[in-house]
Design a protein. Sequence first.
Length: 365
Amino acid sequence: MRIAVLLDRWHAGGGGLEQYLQSVLPALVQADHGVLLIARGASRGTPLGVSAKDLHKGRFLPRPWADYQEAEEAVAMARCWAADVCWGLRSIPCPGSVWTPMGGSALHLQTARGKKISRRTRALLRMEEQTLADAHLVLPMSPLVSAQMKERAPTKKQVLLPLPLLRAPAAAPKEKDQRPGSLARPLRVVFCGRDPWRHGAAEAVAWFRCLRRAGVHAELDLWSKTQAHSERVLKKKASALLAEGVRLRDWDGQFFASLGQADLLFHPTLYDSFSLVCLEAAAAGVPVVTTESAGVAPMLPAELCATAPRREAEVAAAVSQKLVESWQLLSSARKQALCQQVQAEFAFASHLVKLETLLQQVVAV
């Protein structure tokens, strides 16, 4: 197949979208498919073996005009390249395409934000609506997004395609950990979110404070885009937070390695179409407390994942304590079995086969 991958912008060192494509696109190339990445910045840090075309038309225009111009340019480039199938991962209207709504449903995200929708945002929402209407097939990555897309387009064909584990688990489940109330060392809690506001950095700190007030000896490592960004969201300096047991960390690539030493992940997200960080934690045997707005949550074993209200810190702290205590009471064999279950259900090889099959079905139509 000749697969044109349609994006708005490409940032090689970006977040979940880029991590996913850095793994998937070279694998498609290795499977003898032609892959063309079309995006602004596509030629910088292009995944191995993938061809690239840069979008230019919107460079000097404000949004949303730039988005509309570049969407039209992307579709024209794909047609010129004679693509067999166009696979979009952002809001780019393209008749007959396959669309993976990586950001989830923008309409539902805006509702979750609870803020007045600007004229620019309204224009971008119309663009997503057209993308949904034009797509031949939608590939939501979680039951949350699937339900939201069905609500918006009841007759649209869709197939659930969860995101895969992109890396081997950070560590095997620990053998001799104690229950939180009796830990000789602090309970190691971690948070990771490039956008500290949407992913809930302030809420994670509130959950953590309640956990400490409940008598749990704990420390929190908080990763976000930059320490300065986190300080603005938390309205407190890093030095003052450190005195509370909260350590701010830059997006330095060390989070995944740190999972091997973690006991608990906080992810109080406002809205997350999937959440790779929750999946990676569960696969490594690290219990996860998140919100019902995390798409992956219902797909993870109850022994490894629980949800709590974002704004109810005391409830979240109680849920966290119960989850960790229950996890530590499990046998090593049961822990291992649950981790292996997660790893098998979200295996990269299986995901790739299913993606190839779905793309080929669209080509055959």
